[in-house]
Design a protein around this ligand. Structure first.
Ligand SMILES: Cc1ncc(COP(=O)(O)O)c(C=O)c1O
Length: 390
């Protein structure tokens, strides 16, 4: 007889993007050509200086557990990056190296989410966020956030939805799935409100290096009490290495350290040694070139999607996503993405993953693929749309 599974599993939804990826893989096995614009993963991989540092770490036998908070040289390199790029002084002791932003989010939620407490977040949001909260028996309160709010929470919305059950807010800027950022003044007001209420603010800055229009800033500039998540997966092109970090107030460090010791022991030691090389001038020059390429793609794809008849009500200013309103084409984004996969060979993700508010009306496109692929995808979608509009 099978064991009885924990009831909390009922609160965890599958990741539809992965289901579509599985369907796409099956079509590829049958010999179909598929263009992938579903999963949010850079098409670039770690640059040569990072690969060399990883190879060196292996040759030098740096292959054992590290301390749970990460190797000091990497924590110092991250702190120096905050100083060099954002003019911010962040003590290395406040930086905890993790297995990607995923582990950082898990640690932050483990440390802050009380059983039964509400955590405010926009709808749409990164799907795992509500599940991290659910894993610790908190309640993700998803607040409908449309294009008028750049799909983000405003200070007024935080005030309106705060109750005595609210523990804090979980935000991402730039956001997945919308690629939109929270303006500095608005975020500053939100942090002030949450502080006044005695709650916590977690800001996921995983797409921070990929900001195309505004002068980028870190929420760390708004006070030591703001908890910041970051990662080597996106700007640093290291998805499979599983490396990220969390910045917490000094008083939380021993608490998060004991959680990290118990939950993970440490992040991959090879990845940590390689991660230091991300901050060398050679690597940063490569990353900035790649960022310029992402911006070039964004500037191509947004008008191209609009020309096809999708509405893109807010031009994304960061990350590598376009969140497009498909309601003039179909009233069911889910079946539209399945038809686009089967008939046009293009993978896009329905809004369903990101929360109920925009589930049927929106699709997410990831432009983390070559210009050639993007142009081919637009041509295929054009043919598909001409066919279904007949
Ligand atoms: C907003 C956001 N946060 C966290 C993650 C998890 O990233 P990581 O690979 O660093 O665990 C992702 C991945 O897509 C993301 O989009």
């Amino acid at each position: 007889m099978n064991p009885v599974l924990a009831s909390r599993l009922a609160n965890i939804a599958p990741f539809h993007v992965m289901e579509l990826a599985k369907m796409a893989a099956e079509l590829e096995r049958q010999g179909r050509s598929i263009i992938h614009m579903g999963i949010g993963e850079p098409d670039f991989t770690a640059p040569p200086p990072v690969i060399e540092a990883a190879t060196r770490a292996m040759a030098d036998g740096k292959l054992q557990y590290t301390s749970a908070t990460g190797i000091p040289a990497l924590r110092e390199a991250i702190a120096a990056h905050y100083q060099n790029v954002y003019g911010l002084q962040v003590a290395p002791s406040r930086i905890i190296v993790t297995a990607g932003a995923s582990a950082a989010l898990l640690l932050a939620c483990a440390a802050l989410v009380e059983k039964g407490a509400e955590v405010l977040m926009p709808d749409p949001s990164y799907p795992c966020n509500r599940h991290f909260v659910a894993a610790f028996e908190g309640l993700a309160k998803m607040i409908p956030s449309g294009p008028e709010q750049r799909f983000q929470l405003s200070d007024a919305m935080v005030r309106e939805h705060w109750s005595e059950r609210t523990g804090g807010v979980l935000l991402a800027s730039p956001s997945n799935p919308t690629g939109t950022s929270i303006p500095h003044d608005e975020l500053s007001k939100i942090v002030g409100t949450v502080r006044e209420k005695g709650g916590f603010t977690i800001v996921d800055e995983i797409y921070q290096g990929l900001s195309y229009d505004e002068v980028p800033f870190s929420a760390l500039s708004l006070g030591e009490d703001v908890i910041v998540i970051n990662s080597f997966s996106k700007y640093f092109n290291m998805t499979g290495w599983r490396l990220g970090w969390l910045v917490v107030p000094e008083f939380m460090v021993p608490q998060v350290e004991k959680l990290a010791q118990n939950l993970f022991i440490c992040a991959s030691s090879i990845a940590q040694h390689a991660g230091i090389a991300c901050f060398s001038p050679q690597s940063l020059a490569i990353y900035e070139e790649r960022k310029a390429e992402f911006k070039r793609r964004r500037d191509y794809i947004v008008p191209a999607m609009r020309a096809l008849g999708f509405k893109v009500p807010v031009t994304p200013d960061g990350a590598f996503y376009v969140y497009a309103d498909c309601s003039s084409i179909s009233d069911d984004a889910d079946s539209l993405t399945i038809a686009m996969l089967n008939e046009a060979g293009v993978v896009l993700v329905p809004g369903l993953d990101f929360g109920p508010y925009t589930a049927r009306q929106y699709i997410r496109l990831s432009y983390a693929t070559s210009m050639e692929n993007l142009e081919e995808a637009m041509a295929r979608l054009n043919k598909f749309l001409v066919r279904i509009r007949r």
